[in-house]
Design a protein around this ligand. Structure first.
Ligand code: ADP
Length: 547
């Protein structure tokens, strides 16, 4: 703005100076012509007097170095010329000044000479005898006058130019100062030109509007942050190049990421491919393995006015569901396998019997096989049903139970099995009360004691103890049986895991007993631990919170 004012002032001043100079030259020129004409009229009058008294002799006697004098008779024929041979000259009857002098007594004319580049001023005066005396003098054209005045004019121009620069500079500073010092944050508090006031009022209105919009934006940002920061799912918003615009706390925790850097994620090929497919406009899902956890990632493109501007990525820890899904799949495969084996035995035996391929003496063995395999299947199905019931997460009815009472019931039920193997089934029971489901507690102690009897050789000892320890209610089932190899001790609670498959099957085991025990113990708020030495025996202890 300052520059513009400066230029405008400078050029205006220079324009005015140039125009003034041109006008002065024109005025000067006209002035010189009129002065010249006045002088020539006087000279012509004097010459006329001289001719009247002495005729041509007078003309020849005067010095005509600075001007030319011509005497023309009434017909236009030149009788004398101070600078040319009169006899050689053409008739002047058509000359403007001559005609005017004949008709009006005197006449003037200015003619331009291309050859001289100068103008000639003519003044003609009619004498009493009808002849005409004409005086002519060269006169500078405007161009010539300009050239003559060029040097002083240039100095004047330069002086004015310098002055204009100084003036334009200070003027532009003075004009721009109030505008430059306008406080745009408080436009109405400024004292400046009245012409600027409407603009300042408009700025004030816009400031208020912007402030309102900023408040709304802050409010929305706060709401957005409140929602996203309290989400358990991770949320990432990406721009159209895949860069992070925002990410919530859960996302940082899920992916172990630093503020606004998803370097850890972008290191993963699958993530990069996933983001590029989302940024091409299609929704996508991805299962990511981050430090052994299964993270489910869902991506959706974001459009604004039908133009893709980025993507939203939602992520959550799916490890548990993923693990359960894997376990379910393995469980289904195991169940199919476990059920298939006895079924095949039953079918094979039935086919042999149906086709009379079995000797009469062996028939009983085959019937027995069908019976025992069917029994095994039923046990297996019962265990599967128990496990899926436990999996269902339904709340079991709880009541105040004395563990010793349940342990006594179990002892009574299994006394016969123990007796069959000449195993001494001992109990050491103290009254300890817990809040639990009666059936589940019974199943826990029953399965542990049943296993102890199964995996203890004849004449062994199985002991059930109920006691209080470290403010916990404990039930321990120990035996001096075959024990469990150290490498298997972590796995025996897995479904269908058996240390010795043939031994387990021979004893009617399904490989689900300890899984049921672990599940049931958890449902009763308890925790199971195992101490076992191969060849020496095992001790399972379940600890419950006391009432
Ligand atoms: P199973 O029906 O085969 O007994 P469990 O889940 O009850 O299945 O037990 C898993 C495995 O743990 C068994 O196959 C057995 O090898 C081992 N086991 C369980 N209890 C004992 C025990 N008291 N002594 C030795 N091994 C045991």
């Amino acid at each position: 703005m300052k520059k513009k004012i400066f230029r405008s002032v400078l050029f205006s001043m220079l324009g005015i100076v140039i125009a003034a100079m041109a006008l002065i030259i024109i005025v000067l020129n006209n002035h010189f012509i009129s002065v010249e004409e006045d002088r020539m009229s006087v000279e012509a009058s004097l010459a006329a007097r001289g001719i009247e008294m002495n005729g041509e002799k007078f003309l020849k006697s005067i010095d005509t170095e600075d001007y030319r004098i011509t005497w023309i008779d009434a017909s236009g024929t030149v009788t004398y010329d101070s600078q040319a041979d009169a006899s050689q000259m053409e008739s002047h009857k058509d000359r403007e000044e001559f005609k005017e002098a004949i008709s009006e007594g005197s006449g003037e004319a200015i003619r331009y000479s291309d050859t001289l580049g100068r103008e000639t001023v003519y003044y003609a005066l009619k004498l009493d005898d009808g002849t005409v005396i004409r005086i002519s003098e060269d006169y500078d054209t405007v161009g010539l006058l300009t050239i003559r005045l060029a040097s002083p004019m240039l100095w004047i121009f330069l002086a004015v130019f310098g002055l204009s620069i100084v003036l334009a500079g200070s003027l532009s500073t003075i004009i721009a100062k109030p505008i430059n010092s306008i406080d745009l944050d408080h436009p109405l508090e400024n004292k400046t030109y009245p012409e600027v006031t409407p603009l300042l009022m408009r700025i004030d209105q816009q400031n208020q509007q912007i402030e309102k919009q900023m408040d709304e934006l802050h409010q929305r940002k706060k709401e957005f942050e409140a929602v996203t920061e309290n989400m358990s799912e991770g949320l990432l918003l990406l721009n159209k190049d895949g860069g992070i615009l925002t990410m919530n706390q859960s996302a940082k925790i899920l992916f172990h990421m630093q503020e606004n850097s998803h370097a850890k994620l972008t290191d993963m090929n699958e993530y990069r491919e996933f983001v590029s497919s989302v940024l091409k406009g299609s929704s996508a899902n991805l299962d990511l393995n981050v430090d052994g956890r299964n993270i489910k990632v869902i991506g959706n493109p974001i459009y604004s006015h039908k133009v893709l501007i980025g993507a939203s990525i939602l992520a959550y820890d799916n490890t548990r569901a993923h693990k359960e899904e894997t376990m379910r799949r393995e469980f289904t495969a195991n169940v199919s396998h476990e059920l298939k084996t006895p079924l095949q035995t039953i079918m094979g035996s039935a086919e042999l019997l149906q086709n009379h391929l079995v000797k009469d003496d062996d028939c009983d063995t085959f019937y027995q096989k069908i019976h025992s395999e069917s029994e095994r299947m039923l046990t297996l199905i019962d265990d599967i049903i128990r496990l899926s019931q436990l999996d269902e997460n339904t709340e079991a009815d709880e009541k105040n139970l004395n563990i010793s009472d349940t342990a006594n019931e179990v002892r009574e039920s299994l006394q016969q099995s123990a007796d069959k193997k000449h195993i001494s089934l001992q109990t050491e029971l103290h009254d300890v009360h817990i809040s639990a489901n009666a059936r589940l507690l019974y199943e826990i102690i029953y399965n542990l004691t049943d296993n102890a009897i199964h995996y203890t050789n004849e004449n062994g000892t199985v002991r059930i103890r109920c006691y209080e320890e470290n403010s916990q209610a404990c039930v321990a089932v120990s035996d001096n049986g075959i024990g469990i190899p150290y490498e298997s001790q972590d796995r025996i609670f897995e479904r269908f895991y058996r240390v010795d498959k043939s031994h387990s099957k021979a004893t009617g085991g399904t490989g689900l007993g300890l899984s049921i025990v672990k599940h049931a113990a958890e449902k009763c708020h308890g925790r199971i631990t195992l101490i076992s030495s191969p060849g020496k025996g095992s001790s399972f202890t379940v600890r419950f919170p006391l009432i």
